[in-house]
Design a protein around this ligand. Structure first.
Ligand SMILES: [Zn+2]
Ligand SMILES: [Zn+2]
Length: 318
């Protein structure tokens, strides 16, 4: 069995610290090292040293997804220790130096009907952490299904998109432990973050559909314990998967209820749920609402019409 330890790495973000997981078996592997900040570097090094591990002992770093609170320190570890970095193909693209976060998303923001001053507010809310970038060598791309062998155990890579198109989890069948990244958290519902479809950048990924499929898939698996990317360990896996599905079913219903008898655009509908959020949180709100609207349109429960480049939605009558 794998010997897995949690290291709490500080972040400047709202969800709080990131849980980095050290798998002490050979080859020594670190999952989600945390953001590229001095505080995080210090926290990680202290955590490793309390477990009798130095940076040089780390052979592999696994990044569950590209978000900076998980992936940022991977390049530094690669440079310091020559560790290989395992990441999903869809995330690799987002971890390139020249990748600009909003580029592919600009048409979606226009389609959402966001007023110009609000758009500026989103763009001006700068990330407090530098953009994570992969090193030039030592990157191993995974697609899901790979087995990572250790002395004394094996972990399987599971591709579970939705929060991010290339989100992966590690599953140790022998113990039933799932290293879950942001796939599932105890007290927060992960955002189905809006992204351009790698197969056709003019389209959004069906983030909510992908995410719900992942929840159903994990619900069927025999998971003993979930070690999430933030917050506390989850010991009631199946129930947590069901609750997350119920949360989205309720949110889909709530969206439909607000679209009865009057068309709303994505920004207007987002403000119905989140009247007060500011800055980057508005982007996340838009992202969440778009995910639900795309799902409702695909399911033919809502109708979409375009007016002046903005999509408006209404509930379809039964
Ligand atoms: Zn994330
Ligand atoms: Zn996170």
């Amino acid at each position: 069995m794998l010997e897995i330890h949690t290291i709490s790495v500080p972040t400047p973000y709202v969800p709080g610290p990131t849980n980095a997981y050290l798998i002490k078996n050979h080859p020594c592997t670190l999952v989600d090292p945390g953001p590229e900040t001095e505080e995080a570097r210090k926290g990680l090094l202290e955590g490793l040293s309390s477990l009798g591990i130095g940076l040089q002992d780390i052979s592999r770093v696994v990044i569950t997804h590209s978000h900076s609170d998980h992936s940022g320190l991977a390049r530094w570890i690669n440079e310091q220790a020559g560790s290989e970095i395992y990441v999903h193909k869809s995330e690799e693209r987002k971890l390139q130096k020249d990748y600009i976060y909003y580029h592919e998303r600009l048409p979606f923001l226009a389609e959402a009907g966001i007023p110009e001053n609000v758009l500026n507010e989103i763009f001006e809310d700068k990330d407090p952490v530098v953009k994570p970038v992969l090193p030039e060598s030592g990157v191993v791309l995974v697609h899901g299904g790979e087995e990572l062998d250790f002395t004394g155990g094996t972990a399987t890579v599971l591709h579970l998109p939705g929060h991010s198109s290339g989100h992966i989890c590690l599953f140790e069948q022998a113990s039933g432990i799932l290293l879950a990244g942001d796939f599932i958290l105890k007290h927060i519902t992960p955002n189905p973050v809006m992204e351009a479809d790698p197969a056709d950048y003019s389209k959004r990924t069906p983030a909510l559909r992908q995410y719900l499929a992942g929840l159903r898939r994990v619900e069927m698996m025999k998971i003993g314990l979930i070690l999430p990317g933030h917050g506390k360990t989850i010991d009631n896996s199946a129930e947590t998967m069901v609750n997350a599905q119920k949360h989205h079913a309720r949110r889909l219903e709530a969206c439909l209820a607000k679209l009865t008898g009057r068309p709303l655009n994505t920004y207007q509908l987002m403000r119905e749920f989140y009247p007060k959020i500011r800055g980057f949180q508005i982007y996340l709100g838009i992202s969440e609402i778009f995910a639900h609207l795309d799902y409702l349109v695909e399911e033919e429960l809502a109708a979409r019409e375009e007016r002046g480049g903005v999509s408006y939605y209404t509930k379809k009558s039964a």
